[in-house]
Design a protein around this ligand. Structure first.
Ligand code: KG4
Ligand code: ZN
Length: 338
């Protein structure tokens, strides 16, 4: 069989990324993270779009160079069609369309959330692919879902957040603690040296396999406001313990529902996906639960958890093998369900 080379392009939020993949194996994966949003405490859509425009050509160039192949070898161009910020998606979509026309190769649209989930199929030493059907805990900055995956492109949402996503829970509480955006990785870093049982926060009561995180955020905000009345340096003096306790609570909420999903469905192949699956505590808890509960756990390699184009390229490869191509008239889609 001939080798299949796919270029993946990802520009849904604040990372400009391009990746070249050969038969499911990553040859290159370049990610340019936009630092401009840090000082604003969140992603500014207008600035994100502008930064994608500046980054897209150098990032795609670097991905092709690093892959060691000539662009004439590419069999198809895969790109993120949605969900995401419209101004950001438009940059990748327009670029992918132009490149597919100029190289005269098929264009493949990819749903960003499918990309996160199917990142579990990127070939890597020591990794085994999930077997169908499997459950995925999808945890990112915009989504928190438990998804049943029956086949590559047959996915069903069994439960999801009714308010904030898990990533927002990390980022918004980090903001309360005075940390810069995105706060998730910082909470992870400080939590390593803190006591997870120092402070108790209430876990939400939500029916079925759904999640809620906005109550936790308010709970933390009021707790800190109260403490600061007595001691203005409370956060500074307790930062490590606060981070560890907040992280512990968020991970507990996620793991409780995932265990319930396994109990209800009887499916024991369980995967993780999305930026929050970079979190060291949830990765550790996932491995421990695999042993205790006799699951088969699938955790994507660290660099394929937060937004990246390798996960878009792998979906491109899977679609290419089934000849699922897009028309050149395809447009970006900000709201795009699984
Ligand atoms: O998947 P992703 O890169 O972008 C979206 O599609 O939303 O996820 C970004 C989210 C942010 O909320 C970020 O704070 C969170 O993932 N995140 C983490 C960690 N690394 C990234 N949260 C907790 N611990 C981490 N180590
Ligand atoms: Zn994402």
């Amino acid at each position: 069989m001939n080798d299949i080379f796919i270029l993946g392009i990802e520009t849904s939020c604040d990372d400009t990324s391009a990746s070249v993949i050969k038969n499911g194996k990553i040859l290159s994966n370049v990610v340019a993270t936009q630092k401009v949003h840090e000082e604003y405490g969140g992603v500014v859509p207008e600035l994100a779009s502008r930064a994608h425009q500046q980054n897209i050509i150098p990032v795609v160039d670097a991905a092709i160079k690093n892959s060691g192949i000539n662009k004439s070898k590419l069999n198809a161009i895969a790109f993120t069609r949605g969900p995401g910020l419209m101004g950001s998606l438009l940059v990748g979509t327009s670029f992918a369309k132009s490149l597919s026309m100029s190289l005269d190769v098929p264009l493949i649209e990819v749903n960003h959330m499918q990309g996160h989930i199917l990142a579990n199929f990127i070939e890597d030493d020591g990794m085994t692919n999930p077997e169908f059907p499997f459950l995925t805990l999808v945890i990112s900055g915009g989504h928190t879902q438990i998804v049943k995956v029956t086949n590559y492109f047959d996915m069903e949402v069994l439960g999801e957040t009714i308010d904030d996503a898990a990533g927002e829970a990390f980022d918004k509480t980090a903001k309360i603690l005075g940390l810069t955006y995105p706060g998730g990785p910082l909470i992870d870093k400080f939590a390593k040296e803190g006591n997870p049982n120092a402070f108790k926060f209430t876990k939400p009561r939500v029916a079925n396999l759904n999640f809620s995180f906005s109550g936790l955020k308010t709970n933390i905000l009021y707790f800190i406001q109260k403490q600061e009345k007595e001691n203005p340096d409370f956060v500074k003096e307790n930062l490590l313990d606060l981070c560890a306790s907040i992280q512990f609570t968020i991970v507990e909420i996620l793991m409780d529902k995932l265990k319930l999903a396994v109990q209800e469905t009887g499916i024991t192949e369980v995967a993780m996906a999305g930026g929050v699956s970079a979190n060291s505590e949830i990765r550790e808890r996932f491995r421990k639960t695999e042993k205790d509960w006799k699951w088969k756990a699938h955790i994507p390699k660290f660099e394929f958890t937060t937004d990246n184009a390798a996960m878009i390229a792998i979906v491109g490869y899977l679609k290419y093998k089934q000849s699922i191509f897009s028309d050149i008239s395809v447009t970006a889609k900000a709201r795009y369900s699984l």
